[in-house]
Design a protein. Structure first.
Length: 540
């Protein structure tokens, strides 16, 4: 945040206003310029000429994260997924502290900006008899809200926008049921309107391509289905198989990846926070990238500035106490790739929403469970997922020979050694290889799938954190220290507590929501779908 403390944030309001920016959209759809008006659009007083602008803003703000990218993604999800470790002295979330002002900021932003934008659009299109626009808006609502429920658990969903001063929360099981219903309904509408081009010229993901929106909706349905597999396997199997067997199906090629385009006035804020120099690659990431000799590594991270160590990537252990952090630490550890530096260079990188590789790994897990995923085997889908990610243009297309060598590699994650702090040294947490283990059994094969999925999800820490909680994979190094008595250093954060601002302003609803958790309103209570184990296996 370009500062040593984050106490004085300006929190967004909760009114039904759509905050507007000007977009220059650059994406694989090659639409040229998207100019939005500089004034505010009231979400509850739209007309047909404004809905495209409002949809574009809901896309941008919905994927950027609450309270800005740093708070909405980096300081919680990215650290708990162990993509990064923070080097800023006063950033305690890496020591399992859910900093209250940050939680407030994240919650307030989501419910103050993208949520009213998309709900206002749904309400308007329903009343204006615009079913296709309404269907796509519902799909995007699910995309926004599933990231909220996967961080907090019970959230405001079905009653959102009801105009009451106290708005009740839904249990997470109810939220998921409603999201599945919204996706099924939306897909049905789009199936009957394949020749339309809703929001064309404004849609920052697919520029109004209905077929691609159906693929994304089915893929999102598959993602959510797998998320609930340990809570309700029958529900998960039914939705997963229906998504894959749909006549148009799911995302299979990188050409159909769901990415939100960015531009001069709508930057990808990953580049902004990278240039602040407040985090570095995690030691866990080093263990996997170096151990596997991953050909994507030099497009994900850079070698340290300090070349006294060696010419390899260097990760930092998570959970360092304040005295061990600071700007002097930065030169010793790997920053993210230079494509994010300087700030202007990363302006046009799109935000990743869902890519083909993730969908292939979801299908691999489904096949491993014996479900009909339209593939020959789990191994086939697993290997296709790896190839798909390495063929992603953001990695400049890894050579086919390198892809083949990686897929067949028996290399395993590397031990971690730190020349300056040998007390931080630790052995690799697993010996799982890249090459499919034909004799490994269900759990070992699942670990392989999720480990490679974790690498492919980078840098989407929110999704990676959810998958790590759900499955216990990839196995991660314990933190050096935890300042949270509820969550020791060798246990993963399970959720974010409810925002203090909600406790103050919506107290009766929050009290009722706390009763839906099945535990205390703290970071140690498991979400509804987090039923695989009561002890996070990925740190043991």
């Amino acid at each position: 945040m370009k500062q040593t403390t984050m106490k004085n944030h300006r929190l967004p309001g909760m009114g039904l206003l759509a905050l507007i920016v000007a977009f220059v959209a650059v994406s694989c759809t090659d639409f040229t310029e998207l100019n939005t008006p500089s004034d505010r659009l009231p979400a509850d007083n739209l007309d047909a000429s404004q809905i495209g602008f409002q949809f574009a803003q809901s896309q941008f703000y919905g994927v950027r994260g609450g309270g800005g990218y740093q708070i909405g993604k980096n300081l919680f999800g990215d650290l708990y997924a162990q993509y990064f470790a923070t080097t800023a002295e006063n950033f305690d979330s890496d020591q399992n502290v859910p900093v209250g002002s940050w939680v407030n900021s994240a919650w307030n932003f989501i419910y103050g900006t993208p949520a009213p934008q998309i709900q206002g659009l749904i309400d308007f299109t329903a009343g204006a008899d615009l079913p296709v626009q309404n269907a796509i808006a519902k799909i995007w609502k699910v995309q926004i809200f599933h990231t909220i429920t996967d961080q907090w658990g019970p959230i405001i969903y079905s009653e959102y926008g009801n105009g009451e001063t106290s708005v009740p929360y839904d249990s997470q099981a109810e939220v998921y049921s409603a999201m599945f219903d919204d996706l099924v309904t939306a897909i049905g509408v789009l199936d009957a309107n394949l020749n339309q081009a809703p929001f064309q010229g404004h849609d920052l993901v697919y520029d109004g391509n209905v077929t691609q929106w159906i693929k994304f909706a089915n893929s999102l349905r598959l993602r959510l289905a797998m998320r609930v597999v340990y809570a309700d396997e029958t529900l998960a199997k039914d939705h997963a198989e229906a998504a894959v067997s749909h006549s148009i199906g799911v995302i299979e090629d990188n050409a159909d990846n769901a990415m939100v385009a960015t531009g001069t006035n709508s930057r990808n804020q990953m580049t902004t926070i990278t240039n602040w120099g407040e985090f570095r690659m995690s030691a866990t990431m080093e263990s996997y990238l170096e151990g596997y000799d991953d050909p994507r590594a030099d497009r994900m991270f850079n070698n340290p500035v300090n070349e006294d160590w060696d010419d390899e990537l260097r990760g930092l252990r998570n959970g360092l106490p304040r005295p061990d952090k600071g700007v002097t630490v930065n030169p010793l550890y790997s920053d993210v790739d230079t494509r994010w530096l300087p700030e202007s260079s990363g302006a046009f990188h799109p935000y990743e929403v869902m890519r083909a590789a993730e969908v292939w790994f979801l299908r691999a897990e489904g096949a491993l469970r014996g479900w009909n995923m339209g593939v020959i085997s789990a191994q086939e889908a697993y290997e296709t997922g790896i190839e798909s990610d390495m063929s992603n243009p953001e990695y400049d297309v890894v050579a086919q020979g390198d892809i083949d060598a990686y897929i067949s590699s028996t290399a395993t994650p590397a031990d971690y050694t730190n020349p300056d702090q040998p007390s931080w040294d630790i052995a690799a947490m697993t010996d799982v290889p890249v090459a499919w283990d034909l004799l490994g059994g269900f759990e070992r094969n699942l670990e392989q799938i999720i480990t490679q999925k974790w690498l492919a999800l980078y840098p989407d820490g929110i999704e990676a954190w959810a998958e790590a909680r759900r499955t216990g994979y990839p196995k991660m190094f314990p933190r050096i220290a935890s300042d949270n008595g509820d969550v020791p250093e060798d246990v993963m954060m399970k959720r974010l507590p409810f925002a203090d601002v909600e406790v103050s302003n919506n107290s009766a609803a929050v009290e009722a929501a706390a009763g839906l958790l099945g535990g205390a309103d703290n970071a140690a209570t498991e979400l509804w779908w987090d039923k695989k184990t009561t002890n996070n296996e990925n740190m043991q």
